[in-house]
Design a protein around this ligand. Structure first.
Ligand SMILES: Nc1nc2c(c(=O)[nH]1)N=C([C@H](O)[C@H](O)COP(=O)(O)OP(=O)(O)OP(=O)(O)O)CN2
Ligand SMILES: [Zn+2]
Length: 116
């Protein structure tokens, strides 16, 4: 099996409203998010690619338009890393059937992944 991955970044604010009072993440705060998409294929195409990396820039356009410098609660009902990972996975699946995982990092120390 072949695997490729590409990283995207955006900056946004959110607050996790269902957390208990006093939890720091209940307050509005921001992250420099890193989104990593991973694609896999058993066979390579005629170019020797799983998929051309540049094809994936469609996701950059979507992120720039709908997520970058936005308040994520205005975009998704519960904007946790897990929810973002599933959201981007479903979006990618519409364009690239080879998608196998999406990972979201809010800081360098933590990440959440959706991998069906
Ligand atoms: N399972 C999840 N847990 C938490 C999420 C999440 O998306 N999924 N999100 C948050 C908050 O967004 C919070 O901003 C995360 O920050 P924190 O845990 O403080 O991460 P740090 O890397 O800054 O950790 P420090 O130990 O404070 O350095 C909370 N939980
Ligand atoms: Zn946060």
């Amino acid at each position: 099996m072949y695997r490729i991955a590409k990283e995207f970044q955006f900056s946004a604010s959110h607050n996790l409203t269902t957390l208990e009072d006093g939890h720091p993440c209940k307050r509005v705060h921001g992250h420099n998010y890193v989104v990593t998409v991973e694609l896999s294929a058993a066979e390579l195409n005629e170019h020797g690619f799983v998929r051309e990396y540049r094809d994936l820039d469609l996701l950059k356009n979507y992120i720039d338009e709908c997520f970058d410098h936005r308040h994520l609660n205005d975009v998704l009902a519960k904007p946790t890393s897990e929810v973002l990972a599933k959201h981007f996975f479903d979006w990618c699946k519409e364009y690239w059937p080879e998608i196998c995982a999406v990972r979201i990092a809010e800081t360098p120390k933590i990440w959440a992944e959706y991998r069906p």
